[in-house]
Ligand binder design. Structure first.
Ligand code: BES
Ligand code: MN
Ligand code: ZN
Length: 499
């Protein structure tokens, strides 16, 4: 889908634009947006509203043809709710989703979107939300199907209408929004790929491709180097697998050479069988998504590479498989992490923290400004927060409150929301081991919190946040598939840090 910005001196000239379809907003109680009024020269739109064919409720829509004094072949009316003065974010998103659905079935090849801004949001928000919704609607996970679904209908070119005063900023916002959508798509594609194809080696090659395409630095550490670094905790997870582990370091140095980097660490378990603490069979295929943290980091790197973000960002991805075998790690095994702290592995299915803790120790050498790790870490986080919010964990002091606020705001701005959870000394009790410095599980109570407390012990020397994305990275059931989250949150977080 091709996007562009179209400038209008006033939305009142919208009616002379030749296009397959022009999209405008209408409201409940038969009210028209400014753009809809501009197309209502002969009263056709008012008449459609009066007829009751469209209510104006958010998500309602109606296609009109042969609208008087309008050059566009079609006018797509979309409902924006009941308040002309205060359009809500939710109504706007529902309206763009409805528009996407309608446009996918029309014979029109191109369209102009002339929807009003939402209360409290600027045109950049309108553009990003529209682009993300339209790209979401055309995404297909058919890479592995021998016959692709080819749709004969659907809009290919979309112009977003703005005023002359907004045009320059709108063009930048559009470029950034398309980059973000491309990052989301990469994350979805990597997540949806089967675990026999998307191996640690495949992830490393994807990172190499991003490095080539966007002129980034890349380093992939192999088993020997990981042994030399004493990453025994990470390596213990690889013991049962024949797939070689990869430790990926991808560097986007868009900022000043001296500026401390923002470091993103992504969990890259390409399949989590649970290991010797084997998972149940039902739905085990979904553990191919256990590299969702890694995929979101790579998608975000692609996005910031494409938008040439002026910020130093380093992605670090420990990647391996968690498999059972005669050589696999046993419950009861004790390993020494790279930090020197020893860990009693009471459950081999709590493997995410075992690979992340060594990565979190490794990144100390980068003297990071902040570190954010992303992981499909615990089923307990899904129980706590469901599928709406990612779980956000940080220490509770001024520097970390500020980081938490940055992440929460980036989430709210993009609808890719997170919810803050506690990290407290009291929970640390649960990680006690009789034989090592700590156990790798803290029992069933507060499972997402004890997992975060485990990670926290490896992050003492810098400012750090952890996002548990177990509930948000993919969908199950009929809609099974990667969501591309939290790429919008992360990309926006980095964009705000670059400003
Ligand atoms: N990858 C899983 C977490 C997960 C489970 C994400 C279900 C999404 C859905 C993780 O490695 C895991 O297995 N965690 C265990 C931890 C437990 C053994 C302490 C869990 O959540 O059950
Ligand atoms: Mn597991
Ligand atoms: Zn896992």
């Amino acid at each position: 889908m091709d996007f562009s910005i179209k400038t209008f001196d006033a939305k009142s000239t919208l009616n002379t634009s030749k296009t397959g379809c022009v999209v405008v907003g209408v409201f409940e109680n038969k009210k028209l947006s400014v753009a809809a009024t501009a197309l209502d020269k002969k009263g056709d739109i008012s008449a459609a509203l009066k007829s009751g064919d469209i209510t104006g409720k958010a998500g309602s829509f109606l296609v009109l043809r042969n609208v008087g004094d309008v050059a566009a072949e079609r006018v797509l009316l979309v409902g924006l709710g009941n308040d002309v003065e205060k359009i809500t974010e939710k109504s706007f998103i529902q309206a763009t989703q409805a528009a996407a659905r309608a446009l996918s079935t029309l014979a029109a090849g191109d369209a102009i979107f002339a929807l009003p801004d939402v209360a409290g949001r600027d045109t950049a928000w309108t553009i990003r939300t529209t682009v993300l919704a339209l790209r979401e609607s055309i995404f297909r996970a058919d890479g592995m199907k021998s016959k692709k679904e080819v749709s004969t209908t659907g809009v290919k070119k979309v112009a977003l209408a703005v005023t002359a005063a907004e045009a320059a900023a709108a063009k930048v916002a559009l470029m950034q929004s398309v980059a973000m959508a491309n990052g989301v798509d990469l994350t979805k594609d990597l997540g949806n790929l089967p675990p026999n194809i998307c191996t640690p080696t495949f992830l490393a090659n994807s990172a190499r491709q991003i490095a080539t395409d966007y002129k980034m630095g890349i380093e992939v550490l192999e088993r020997k180097q990981l042994q030399a670094l004493k990453m025994e905790s990470f390596l213990s997870v690889t013991n049962g697998s024949v797939e070689p582990p990869k430790f990926i370091v991808l560097k986007h140095m868009g900022g000043k050479a001296k500026d401390a980097p923002t470091v993103l660490v992504g969990k890259g378990i390409t399949f989590d069988s649970g290991g010797i603490s084997l998972k149940g069979g039902l739905g085990m295929d979904e553990m191919k998504y256990d590299m969702g943290g890694a995929a979101s980091v790579l998608g975000t790197m692609r996005a910031i590479g494409e938008m040439k973000l002026k910020l130093n960002v380093i992605a670090v991805i420990p990647s391996c498989e968690n498999m059972p075998s005669g050589s696999a790690t046993r419950p009861g095994d004790i390993v020494t992490s790279m930090s020197g702290q020893t860990i009693e592995i009471l459950n081999t299915d709590a493997e995410g923290r075992l690979i992340l803790c060594d990565a979190l120790t490794y990144v100390e050498r980068m003297k990071p400004a902040v570190v954010v790790d992303l992981a499909t870490l615990t089923g307990a986080c899904v129980t706590a927060l469901g599928h709406h919010n990612s779980g956000l964990f940080t220490r509770h002091d001024a520097a970390h409150d500020k980081l938490a606020e940055e992440l929460l705001t980036a989430g709210k701005d993009t609808g890719d929301t997170a919810w803050r959870m506690p990290i407290e000394e009291a929970y640390n009790e649960q990680l006690k081991s009789n034989f090592a410095d700590m156990a790798n599980i803290g029992g069933p109570a507060g499972g997402s919190i004890t997992a975060a407390c485990f990670l926290e012990r490896f992050t003492k020397s810098y400012t750090w946040a952890h996002l548990d994305i177990a509930g948000t990275a993919w969908k199950s059931g009929a809609a099974k598939g990667s969501t591309g989250r939290p790429v919008p949150l992360l990309t926006t977080f980095l964009m705000n840090r670059a400003d």
